[in-house]
Write a protein that binds this ligand. Structure first.
Ligand code: 13P
Length: 261
């Protein structure tokens, strides 16, 4: 079986300007260094707003920091007359490795549907970015269809144009758990992650399914992270609110040290 390196990703959402980002990343790197964090054992990445990316890139490459970084969205189009959009090529030119696609906040507030998301995923892959594909059910979906039906359908949709992809990340983020303080249980996350891995196998083949990291997201904290990472199909976390607190995020990245793990 492929070894999947755990991945702790911090989605800053629309928080921290580029000056704040520089101070934050510097302090985060020091904190992880003090804790003797081994990035080869647990990968850590931040996802700042677009306007921070150049500053974060300069800092990370200048100071040889091992933190990864990604963007929070990408255009479905290569370039052209799309006011306000950011091209995958531009991101690649800034050494961006990852891009979040299909976050529930984009699905909800910007009406992004499965087809649009599939185009973004395909465009990211084509430009050498690793898409972090977000899927998750609302509280209403959960009541109507159970836990995995909507995430499974969304993953099928997101991968519709991604045949042959070998390097993607999937994030299961139940909408009801995002920012609510009410995380899913590790068992709930595992149940859905197992179904998502099955979909990956159907669409991309067993080997890719086996190697793909599936993250859990939704009210992750240092006090609950270890339970998620103990599940066989959960390989990390996409952290929102808690990723804005340096000590807390570093502690999540250090989940192996937590009592009882
Ligand atoms: P919270 O960790 O704040 O619940 O947010 C999760 C999320 O949406 C990460 O993308």
């Amino acid at each position: 079986m492929a070894e999947r390196i755990p991945f702790i990703a911090g989605n800053w959402k629309m928080n921290l300007d580029h000056l704040q980002a520089i101070a934050f990343v510097q302090k985060l790197a020091w904190t992880l260094k003090d804790a003797r964090h081994d990035y080869g054992v647990t990968e850590v990445a931040v996802f700042p707003p677009f306007t921070d990316l150049r500053s974060v890139q300069t800092l990370i490459s200048g100071d040889k920091i091992e933190l990864g970084f990604g963007a929070q969205d990408v255009s479905a189009h290569p370039n052209g007359a799309y006011t306000g959009e950011i091209s995958a090529e531009f991101l690649k030119a800034l050494d961006v490795q990852y891009v979040i696609v299909g976050h529930s906040e984009r699905r909800q507030y910007h009406h992004e549907g499965d087809e649009h998301i599939a185009e973004k995923v395909a465009n990211a892959i084509k430009n050498g970015l690793v898409p972090v594909i977000c899927v998750g059910e609302t509280a209403e979906d959960l009541e109507l269809y159970g836990p995995s039906a909507v995430p499974v359908q969304q993953l099928h949709g997101a991968l519709a144009l991604a045949g042959g992809a070998t390097n993607i990340v999937v994030a299961y983020e139940p909408v009801w758990a995002i920012g609510s303080g009410q995380a899913a249980t590790p068992e709930q996350a595992e149940q859905v992650a197992e179904q998502l891995r099955y979909v990956l196998g159907e669409v991309l083949g067993g080997e890719v399914a086996d190697a793909t990291r599936i993250l859990y997201g939704g009210s992750v904290k240092s006090s609950n992270i270890a339970g998620f990472l103990r599940q066989p199909n959960v390989d990390g976390a996409l952290v929102g609110g808690a990723s804005l607190d340096i000590a807390e995020f570093a502690s999540i990245a250090q989940f192996r040290k937590h009592v009882g793990t």
